[in-house]
Ligand binder design. Structure first.
Ligand code: ATP
Length: 353
């Protein structure tokens, strides 16, 4: 069970001791960030071979998406940039959402920890955000019932609400966390969010040593900005999850720092925590590579290459915190390649045991 809840039992393809991992660069800054990942992995000798699949959202049909999903099903594990969604027509679903749904990646985990020395509103934040990742407000069931009236369905199921609540409480138990807060708007959405909350309360009965409270989403945003230290582990539906993760990442240092992981019972996909495309900053050598590098280290951890993961985390942290080599989003003047070169310089001194 322990393995299951840390995601480690998810099967992964291995050939001659090396892991095969699907790499989806996505749009915007994705390709340049993936280039850095390959450079760093080569440098530390990480035993991973990438199967790189480009998804062009402007092409007709879903061949490249199907190919990507088949590849992740074969390899078990993927690293991913964001696939741009704005160029799509009204009748097309987001490829990002399609990948999560098709692979049943029902939980998104974002560990939000402050970096010392990075200018931020609050210090020492340490919150784990657990988000339902496949239904809720992202059901994409919208229609115009009569002209001028559009309806959008929010779907909450007992099965998915229970899986994500259990993940949150199990995460708390195994990581020595004290409290889970379920986020909702059950005062207004009495049936949908009411069910999500009721399921969480029921699951909590199996975890008496963990405190459980609940908070309305609007108050949560205010509390996060004014007093984020009251939160420990948070459990929430899909749309609240994307809002809250952006609020917390904004409090800590923006889109370029934190990584997020998507887990189902069979597959795992790693990516930057706030899932931005970064179209406006692409190709300028200013994108912060840290979130993607952290995602790649999360992936190595997941595959069991703990030492490779450790040296990459350490070198990245030392670059940003100790050496102060920071891209403009963190108030620095360094380029993306300055950050990566400094990481490689530190990695040259570190040993993979
Ligand atoms: P779009 O699809 O138009 O790019 P989006 O919703 O994905 O939109 P972005 O505009 O890409 O969001 O990102 C939000 C903000 O975060 C932007 O100001 C962007 O420059 C910034 N940002 C995102 N990722 C990074 C990064 N790795 N380094 C620095 N800034 C980043």
């Amino acid at each position: 069970l322990q393995k299951k809840w840390t995601g480690v039992d998810i099967p992964s393809a291995q050939y001659g001791g090396r892991h095969a991992v699907t790499m989806l660069p996505g749009g915007g800054i994705g390709p340049e960030l993936m280039h850095y990942i390959r450079e760093i992995f080569r440098f530390v000798g990480a035993p991973v071979d990438f199967e790189v699949i480009e998804i062009d959202p402007s092409t007709e049909g879903n061949d490249d998406l199907d190919y990507a999903i088949t590849s992740i099903k074969r390899n078990g594990v993927a690293i991913k940039g964001n696939i741009e969604t704005k160029s799509q027509g009204l009748d097309e679903v987001s490829r990002n959402v399609a990948i999560r749904n098709e692979l049943d990646l029902y939980v998104n985990v974002l560990h939000c920890r402050s970096y010392p020395g990075i200018p931020s509103r609050h210090k020492n934040i340490d919150v784990v955000l657990i988000r339902q990742n496949t239904d809720g407000e992202y059901a994409m069931l919208e229609h115009e019932s009569v002209r001028g009236v559009v309806e959008s369905m929010k779907v909450v199921t007992v099965e998915n609400a229970e899986r994500v609540a259990r993940y949150a409480f199990e995460y708390a138990r195994q990581n020595n966390r004290k409290k889970v807060t379920t986020i909702h708007k059950a005062n207004i959405m009495k049936l949908s969010d009411g069910l999500f909350l009721e399921v969480a309360k029921n699951v909590h009965k199996e975890y008496p040593e963990i405190e459980h409270n609940n908070m309305i989403i609007d108050n949560t945003c205010m509390q996060l900005v004014s007093n984020p230290h009251q939160f420990d582990v948070m459990n929430m539906t899909n749309l609240y999850g994307t809002i809250v993760s952006n609020v917390i990442c904004g409090l800590i240092g923006g889109a370029g720092l934190l990584s997020g992981a998507n887990y189902g019972d069979h597959f795992a996909v790693f990516e930057p925590g706030t899932r931005n495309t970064g179209t406006a900053i692409a190709g300028k050598n200013i994108a912060n590579p840290v979130a993607m590098i952290n995602a790649s280290a999360d992936m190595l951890n997941h595959l069991g290459h703990k030492e490779h993961a450790r040296v990459i985390y350490e070198a990245t942290y030392e670059t940003v915190v100790n050496d102060g080599i920071r891209t403009p989003d963190l108030g620095g003047t360094a380029s993306s390649t300055d950050v990566v070169e400094n990481i490689l310089k530190i990695l040259a001194r570190k040993r993979v045991n």
